[in-house]
Design a protein around this ligand. Sequence first.
Ligand SMILES: [Zn+2]
Ligand SMILES: [Zn+2]
Length: 339
Amino acid sequence: MPVMQVAQVSRPKGPFEIVERPIPQPGAGAVRIRVHACGICHSDSLIKEGAIPGLEYPRVPGHEVAGVIDAVGPGVAGWETGQKVGVGWNGGYCGYCDHCRRGEFFACVRGQVTGLTFDGGYGEYMVAPASAVALMPADLPPADAAPLMCAGVTTFNALRNSGARPGEVVAVLGLGGLGHLGVQYAAKMGFHTVGIARGKDKEPLARRLGASLYIDSQAQDPAAELLKLGGAKVILATATSGEAMSAVQAGLAVNGMLLVVGAAESLQVSPRSLLLGCRSVKGRYSGTSIDSQDTLAFSVRTGVRPMNETYPLDSVSEAYDHMISGKARFRVVLTIGSV
Ligand SMILES: [Zn+2]
Ligand SMILES: [Zn+2]
C-alpha cells in the first residue's frame, strides 16, 4: 500500500511526530489533494495545545493548504484531477441545514474545520470535502497561495464586506501576519489606507505595502491622528491586543466600524461613542471556499503577496515554535514534496 509522510499531534501539548500513513482514498463528495505547501497559523495551536475539549487525536493540523487534486471521490461534480486548489479554515458545509439554506454557509451546523475536525495539510496528501476547495490561479506559487487561504481571505473578505467605499479612510491596526496583508488589500481596493503599529521602524514597511499614512502607536495617539483625517470609516483590528483595539476606537468616523479579525481575549467599548456616532463593533468570519477563491484571484490580479518564511515538513517543530514566538516575518509556511 502506498504511504505518505504527515506531521501529526497525538495528544494535547504533545510534540509533532513525522509518521508514515497509507495514502487515503477520497470518500463520496471529497477530493484528495497532493499538498505542495501549508501555512502554519496561530489557530493551529488549538490542536497542538489542546485548547478545545473533545478534539480527536492523533490529528494532522493545517488549514492553509495549497496543492493539486490527484483523486476525486464518487459524486463530486465540478472538480477533476490536475486542478490546482487551496483549502482553508472552512472545511465544507452541508448545503441543506437552515443556515446553508439562508446562504450562511460559514455557520453550517454540520460544518467542518480543516486540520481540526479532519486531517489538514501538514502532510503529503489530504482529503477534503469538495465544498471546502478553492480553485487556485495557475501562476500562483503554492507557498504564496497557502497563507492567502487563511490570513489572506480573513482580511480580504472583511474589507470587501465592510461597506467602506474607495477613497474613505480605512485603518489597519497591527502589521503582523494578518495586518501586512490587510494593508495591501486596503490599498488595492482604493481606500485611503492607514497603517497603525508600534514603533517608528515599521513605517517604511507600511508604506511599501501601500499605506498612505503610518501611525506609530507608541509615539502618537492613534485615535487623535485618525480624527485629523475626519475619522476612520473602518478600523480593521488585526492585532491580538484588546487594549490596542480599545485605544483606537475613538478614532472612528460617524457610522464607522471597528472590524475585529484578531482573536483578542476581551475589548472595552464606549457605549456613548457607539450610540452618539452610530458606530459599531463587528466580527467577521474568515470566509468559505468561494471567498478564498476570490481572494486568490484578486491577489494575483493586483500583486498582493504574503511575506513568508518557509521550512521543510521535517522541520515542522522548529517552524511552529518560530510562529508561536511571534517573531516570524510574517507567515510561516511548510513546503512539501518537490515543489
Ligand atoms: Zn488560520
Ligand atoms: Zn449546512
